[in-house]
Design a protein around this ligand. Structure first.
Ligand code: TPP
Length: 637
């Protein structure tokens, strides 16, 4: 019954089949959560008809879960995983006995919250409030790739309290995402009690106010649900929300409307009673016995993919004119778009177009430019989701907003195997006059926590240009972190632009820009220039100081580091918290490599004031004079 879609009325026969599936799946939910001894049975029973109708009616191929033309079903309230897994099993994606036996078991694919590695699941969730953004990203991806799919997002009422949901609602309307349907499970209950008491939300009014059409229906009536979803899908004027009125714990008298069963498995007695009420055979012992056997359902690959793209001809910025790295990024992405007319490319922006230099791209590729306004959480998730559906997806933002503000969204992008390309500008004290609140001095350390993210901090516009072209063709999530100021291009000892001409960016490489045996300075990103200046000044005093430009602070190349560690003194310099950036990476490298080279770390030691970047860096001792003074005194110590 897959590949049908929601067109046409539901036949009496199919309706009866869906009802039977939902009924059997209710028992499987109780069995799975009871065997596991935990989980969320209440919401699973509440959403049971919603997910049964969705997986039963959408265009899907259970034997080919990543079929490119499939409809996308995002489950935003990921805690209803038992219900989702059982509905997927009923729709033919895998064996329901595997769910009953292996739910929440270490090593099994059936984790406590829905995971993209489960066949049929499109987006790992559980951090409430992110699913509608993921759905918006997938709906945008359909438009940009010419894909033929409809995106459905199942949501809970509790999560309607999250601000990100409002951000997503507005984007969906602004972009007229008529191929996006939200289905809200309105059961009026959440963890701490009834929603009306915990935090009242006017779900229908909120959607309506933001410009959505709303259809209300009985969320336990498969025919009513099918009709509402079909009507929503057919509406070509904009996104539609189906508000499905439900009862938490539906089908088991003592669970109905009881917040207690939001997140508690039944006791053995309760399980017997519940299965009796449902008229189903208890299967607890049988499922528990199967738990020691291997799980027969294997994970779907969620390794990030890449989009084939021609990166164009790199630019060489010359010594005659200073250029900011953010302009080099903006120029490079616009040139990539111009050189790849047939490749779906999106740049997401958060009302900072002229500051983060996305205007050139917007002119070249207006349909790929997604202005999200002041809605960074939504932008991060939508851009990440789009990257999983064939779009070369970029998000440009200030460091404090695109990373610090949206850290958890970037974490979920990582977990979801997204391939988001993030251009973070105004990083470090080089945010300039905006002051403390805008100083992103933790971009290396925040990404250090996220296993999949790669971080590039380019030294000058030439290296930025090459790094942006490189990352466009790479799989996975990558951030390019830049400051605000115009910079002179870095010159080699021969006086030529070091990162221009035929220079190719290689992730991890430490580019040697000065050779020297008395000490080596390892400079992060744009501090390479001042470090080279400091080395030149020290050379005039007879001190031979090498300089390595580090652009990949989380992946230091071993051979390059051996070169640096051969000097008697290593000095790290960075426009980043001194506690947690390059200095920490180098200390870790030295310790784990068994090298005993003395290390001195220079960086940002506290939130700085407002002021011109060059003054702030000078006060922090991170200009050429400050670096020279620190190296001099460390050599004397
Ligand atoms: C961002 C976020 N905050 C808090 C939680 C913890 N949490 C899990 S479910 C839930 C609310 C449950 O209400 P609802 O989503 O309506 O689910 P139902 O009880 O209907 O299953 C909360 C607060 C979370 N998962 N995500």
């Amino acid at each position: 019954m897959s590949e049908r879609g929601f067109a046409g009325a539901l036949s009496a026969e199919t309706a009866a089949e869906l009802r039977a599936r939902a009924h059997a799946a209710r028992g499987a939910v109780l069995t799975a959560t009871s065997v596991a001894g935990s989980g969320h049975p209440g919401g699973s029973l509440s959403s049971m008809e919603i997910v049964t109708v969705l997986y039963g009616g959408a265009r899907l191929r259970p034997a080919e879960p990543r079929w490119p033309d499939r409809d996308r079903i995002v489950i935003s309230h990921g805690h209803v995983s038992p219900g989702v897994y059982c509905a997927l099993a009923s729709a033919g994606f895998f064996d329901i006995h595997d769910v009953e036996a292996h739910f929440r078991q270490a090593g099994s694919v059936f984790e406590g919250h829905v995971e993209r590695s489960v066949p049929g699941v499109e987006w790992s969730s559980g951090n409430l409030g992110q699913g509608l953004s993921a759905g918006a990203g997938l709906a945008l991806a359909a438009r940009l790739t010419g894909g033929n799919w409809h995106t459905f997002v199942a949501m809970s009422d509790g999560e309607q309290m999250k601000g990100q949901v409002a951000e997503a609602r507005r984007l969906a309307v602004k972009e007229r995402l008529c191929d996006l349907t939200a289905i809200v499970d309105l059961n009026g209950v959440q963890i701490s009690g009834h929603t009306a008491e915990v935090m009242p939300v006017r779900v229908a009014e909120d959607f309506t106010a933001d410009g959505w059409r709303v259809i209300e229906c009985d969320g336990h009536d498969v025919e009513a649900l099918h009709a509402a979803i079909a009507e929503a899908q057919a509406d070509a004027s904009g996104p539609v929300a189906v508000i499905a009125h439900t009862v938490i714990g539906k089908g088991v008298s003592f669970m109905e409307d009881e917040p207690e069963f939001h997140g508690r498995a039944l006791t053995a007695d309760e399980y017997e009673r519940a299965m009796g009420e449902l008229g189903l055979e208890p299967r607890l012992e049988e499922a528990a016995a199967r738990r020691i056997l291997p799980c027969g359902t294997s994970a779907v690959d969620v390794t990030p993919g890449s989009v084939a793209v021609a990166v164009g001809t790199p630019r060489t910025y010359t010594r005659e004119k200073d250029t900011d790295n953010r302009s080099a990024w903006g120029t490079a992405v616009a040139e990539i778009a111009a050189a790849n007319e047939d490749v779906p490319i999106a740049v997401f922006d958060c009302d900072l177009m002229t500051s983060v230099k996305t205007d050139a791209f917007a002119k070249v590729r207006p349909l790929g430019f997604v202005e999200c306004g002041v809605g960074e959480h939504n932008a991060a998730t939508a851009a990440g989701a789009a990257s999983t559906a064939g779009v070369l997806s970029f998000l440009a933002d200030f460091g404090v907003f695109g990373l610090d503000e949206a850290y958890n969204q970037q974490r979920l992008n990582d977990i979801n195997g997204a391939s988001l390309k993030l251009a973070l500008t105004h990083c470090g004290l080089d945010v300039g006059e905006d002051g403390k609140t805008h100083q992103c001095i933790d971009y290396v350390s925040a990404f250090r926590n996220l296993f999949g993210w790669r971080v590039v901090v380019p030294a000058d516009p030439n290296q930025t240009d090459r790094a942006v072209r490189w990352m466009a063709g790479e799989p996975g999530c990558i951030a390019v972190c830049m400051g605000r100021s115009k910079l002179p291009v870095v010159l080699g000892e021969d006086g030529e632009p070091l990162f221009g001409g035929a220079y190719e960016f290689r992730y991890g490489r430490v580019d040697r820009i000065r050779e020297g045996v008395d000490a080596v300075v390892l400079a992060l990103g744009a501090l390479a220039g001042p470090a080279a200046e400091a080395a030149d000044a020290l050379a005039a005093e007879g001190l031979r100081v090498g300089v390595g430009a580090v652009s990949s602070p989380l992946a230091l190349d071993d051979a390059d580091m051996e070169w640096a560690a051969d000097a008697p003194l290593l000095v790290t310099v960075e426009d980043h918290s001194v506690r947690s950036g390059l200095g920490l990476s180098v200390a870790e490298w030295l310790a784990t490599s068994g090298r005993t080279t003395r290390l001195s770390r220079l960086g940002v030691e506290g939130y700085a004031s407002s002021g011109a970047s060059k003054d702030l860096l000078a006060i922090a001792g991170l200009d050429a004079a400050g670096i020279a003074a620190s190296v001099r005194s460390a050599l004397r110590a």
